[in-house]
Design a protein around this ligand. Structure first.
Ligand code: SAM
Length: 227
């Protein structure tokens, strides 16, 4: 249950310094503030494999994993703290990655400003196979409008799953949304993040071990229409 979850009233009221202390300078910044904004989210990050891999790849960019399960979130938090502590002195590796416990289907605009994010990852989301559970899927038309709100123009939604039915569901909803346009296979093949998400998450490793299929779909956030 997520009844006990806490959400900031707005992105400005979030204690970002707690998550990214390296980017807070108490001499010049108000409490909770940091010198840059989160730009990449790993939604339903699980055990954090992608969050960790992206943090190493984009060392100047803040990455945030979001995970609903308490123990799993705690695991990722400990994992990131250990990585930070073990990083060579002066290098500050992994200071740019953090995790929060939250339900990504709720209140994302409380965490992020309009157009703040450049990439959102949805890796191996829970499939919710049964028809009556489909509304629990993390990609729906309504939720896509929220994702479009927090994504900047040209920002990208990455999806990957081993469940063909879920892949087709996500493609159907994204294709039908006026603010998203699919990126082609050639783009996928040349994008570093596609390569990383295909191999770095715990679920992607499991699928590889079982020789399963991985279905990928990536979409670009289009400009808002003129009114
Ligand atoms: N992305 C990871 C990977 O590829 O290894 C984890 C995949 S796992 C199958 C799906 C994860 O999404 C689970 O850890 C689950 O707890 C989390 N999750 C499900 N619904 C969520 C929600 N509404 N908000 C945040 N996380 C959620």
């Amino acid at each position: 249950s997520d009844h006990s979850l806490e959400y900031p009233m707005s992105p400005n009221q979030m204690d970002w310094a707690k998550l990214y202390p390296y980017y807070h300078d108490e001499k010049v910044m108000a409490p909770g503030k940091i010198s840059r904004e989160v730009q990449i989210t790993d939604i339903g990050c699980g055990f954090g494999g992608l969050t960790v891999a992206l943090a190493a790849e984009f060392s100047d960019t803040l990455i945030l994993g979001m995970e609903i399960r308490v123990q799993v979130t705690q695991y990722v938090e400990d994992r990131l703290l250990a990585l930070r502590e073990n990083s060579p002195p002066g290098q500050n590796v992994y200071q740019n990655a953090a995790v929060i416990r939250g339900n990504a289907m709720k209140f994302l605009p409380n965490f992020f400003h309009k157009g703040q994010l450049s990439k959102m990852f949805f890796c191996f989301p829970d499939p919710h196979f049964k028809q009556r559970k489909h509304k629990a899927r993390i990609v729906t038309t309504t939720l896509l409008s929220e994702y479009a709100y927090v994504l900047k123009e040209g920002g990208i939604i990455y999806t990957i799953t081993d469940v063909l039915d879920l892949h087709e569901w996500m493609v159907h909803h994204l294709d039908g949304h006026p603010l998203f346009q699919r990126l082609d296979k050639q783009w996928e093949d040349s994008d570093d993040c596609v390569r990383i998400m295909t191999n770095a998450t715990e679920e992607s490793k499991k699928v590889s071990r079982n020789n399963g299929s991985k279905y990928i779909a990536c979409y670009k956030r289009l400009p808002d229409p003129e009114i």
